[in-house]
Design a protein around this ligand. Structure first.
Ligand code: ARG
Length: 580
């Protein structure tokens, strides 16, 4: 249990001692001149116990005085108890967490959680709209792990849509002699005559052609359908194209420090569809409407129109909802998770609402909690989803390059050798981009501003990296000078107290982030912690401090902040370079 939680429990028992029953929630004081924390429960208790809040506050205060962990106890206003923590309490706290910063987190009862994020579409370039899912999904996965949960991340590739037919059609036109196009193709392997580079151009070209020619479009649809039905030649080709495309997709996710335990896609759900359809039919949940197989998911309490979910079109083709429902079916059957989470653009909310309802109504997801955690869009300065200068869709790689150039300009040539500057600017760029992406509340839109994101001063990734590296250099310097530091024994000054109090609040920040499935508070928190520590750093000359005990304590505190920063950066999927 974290020290903060321990403190709250202690207060709960003190209040109980005074004769009142309430679970105390400790709030940081908005009047730091009066105390570091506030206990506001006397107000609530007054109503319950029909007594004046000041009287109750005084009774509680008297009990608090019996404990040496509090100082400066006083009552303000109508019965707010202000408390500050004793030096001893804060000193003990640092010593308790200094060697294992994960003690400063409240672990939870472990659950098995599958997280569906990433969502790249095979054979198409990842575009700006694909930035947030890996960032948020990866961070949520790390957050769940930190709190003690078991997680399985699944990229859930988009690999059964029309792009399959378009690409295969285009390949057929360019390479009609490939064995997979022969009447008597036997499924044997062959070499794919294209590179990753070629693939980047094949889909856009094919897509343009189908837009211009109705028969090509119809043909691409047919091929897509054939692939769904496992047409030997087309499926083989599409498998090979997918494998090539996935190589590129992996590289981009690697850049973003995002990884997946499962590299499955929509197509992996196909083998479960017949079984699932039979199950739904047997429960009498599906019916035919205009030739399509559909299922009602509306509920009496709905205040908006929830259309039926379409499972199979009249021509036999399956849709996005079908593969998503079958994926839930398969995940539960194979992995038996407690929860399944999805992070996609909020514009897919209705789709997930329908799929979740279908899963619940049919009892496919019995005892499994399904959660949709949608995000807002990253917009251009015009407030619309970010585009290239010419108004086209910008690829994710291009977007990363823009930030990288911005960071490159800012790297001081004296610090880094020329040959490492490329790599360093990419590391800083990723930090800039990811931090900016996690800083707003998940569901809020925000504006892409490369200069602002890359700034070394301000609420940015680079500022955090720079500050963290500076602590590391300090610790290195101490080591080089043979200064040993093991224990935290002496606390001096207001800023130092502020650093520790801020640290003390970390577990509740982490818990709230988990509850809201948004990292925004963590992002704000690491900035706050870093800024306060930096103030402390500039107020004290740590290495040359003459009081040995103080110097040792300050180094221990610095190391604790360093470890905390590294933990929180890692939580956000941000790597910290050696120097910058
Ligand atoms: N491929 C989809 C897209 O690009 C996202 C997939 C999200 N996950 C899911 N299970 N549907 O929009």
């Amino acid at each position: 249990m974290s020290k903060f939680k321990e403190l709250e429990e202690k207060l709960t028992s003190i209040v109980k001692d005074a004769g009142y029953d309430v679970e105390v929630a400790l709030c940081q004081s908005n009047r730091p001149d009066l105390g570091e924390y506030q206990v506001n429960d006397a107000m609530k208790l007054a109503k319950e116990y029909h007594k004046s809040p000041v009287v109750i506050a005084n009774e509680i205060l008297e009990k608090m005085k019996e404990h040496d962990i509090f100082t400066n106890l006083n009552i303000a206003g109508a019965g707010f108890i202000n408390i500050s923590l004793s030096d001893k309490f804060l000193i003990d706290y640092i010593n308790e967490i200094k060697n294992d910063i994960t003690k400063n987190v409240d672990k939870q009862q472990s659950k098995k959680i599958m997280i569906d994020y990433g969502g790249a579409n095979v054979a198409k370039a990842l575009h700006v709209g694909h930035l947030r899912s890996p960032n948020i999904g990866e961070a949520l996965k790390r957050l769940a792990n930190l709190l003690g949960h078991e997680t399985i991340g699944d990229v859930h590739l988009g690999d059964s849509g029309l792009q399959a037919g378009i690409v295969v059609q285009e390949m057929k036109e360019r390479f009609p002699d490939l064995p997979c196009f022969k009447e008597d193709y036997d499924g044997s392997d062959f070499e794919l005559p294209i590179t990753e580079e070629d693939l980047k151009e094949i889909y856009p070209t094919g897509s343009r052609k189908t837009k211009e020619d109705e028969t090509l479009l119809e043909n691409a649809r047919q091929i897509t359908f054939q692939i769904q039905k496992n047409h030997l030649g087309y499926s083989k080709l599409w498998d090979k194209v997918s494998a090539l495309s996935i190589k590129g997709i992996k590289k981009t996710y690697d850049k973003l420090n995002t990884s997946f335990e499962l590299w499955e896609g929509e197509r992996d759900s196909f083998k479960y569809i017949p079984e699932m359809m039979e199950y739904l039919n047997s429960k009498g949940l599906t019916y035919i409407s205009e030739g399509a197989t559909v299922m009602d998911v509306k509920e009496e309490t709905d205040d908006k129109e929830i259309p039926p979910i379409i499972l199979q079109k009249s021509d036999g083709a399956y849709l996005y909802a079908t593969t998503d429902l079958a994926t839930i079916y398969s995940r539960i059957k194979r992995f038996n998770p407690d929860e399944i989470w999805y992070t996609t653009d909020l514009r897919q909310e209705l789709h997930f609402e329908q799929v979740f309802r279908a899963a619940t109504k049919s009892k496919i997801s019995e005892n499994v909690k399904l959660g949709f955690f949608g995000f807002g869009t990253m917009n251009g300065p015009d407030g619309k989803p970010f585009k290239t200068r010419s108004g086209g869709v910008m690829s994710l790689d291009e977007l990363i390059e823009i930030i990288k150039d911005e960071c490159y300009k800012r790297i001081n040539d004296n610090i880094v050798e020329k040959e490492n500057k490329e790599k360093l600017s990419e590391e800083i760029a990723i930090a800039a981009l990811k931090y900016a992406d996690l800083l707003p509340y998940r569901a809020t839109d925000y504006i892409f501003d490369p200069a602002k994101f890359s700034d070394l001063d301000g609420k940015t990734g680079p500022y955090l990296l720079y500050s963290t590296i500076r602590i590391k250099s300090l610790l290195k310097k101490a080591e080089m000078e043979g200064i040993k530091y093991e224990n935290y024994t002496k606390l001096k000054g207001k800023t130092e107290r502020d650093v520790i109090i801020t640290l003390l609040n970390m577990p509740s920040v982490i818990t709230r982030a988990y509850e809201s499935k948004s990292l925004n508070e963590v992002a704000e928190y690491i900035y706050k912690l870093t800024s306060i520590y930096n103030k402390f750093y500039s107020e004290n000359k740590i290495i040359i401090e003459e009081d040995n005990e103080l110097r040792e304590s300050w180094l221990v505190l610095s190391k604790t902040i360093y470890d905390t920063n590294m933990l929180l950066l890692d939580l956000m999927g941000i790597k910290c370079p050696e120097k910058m």
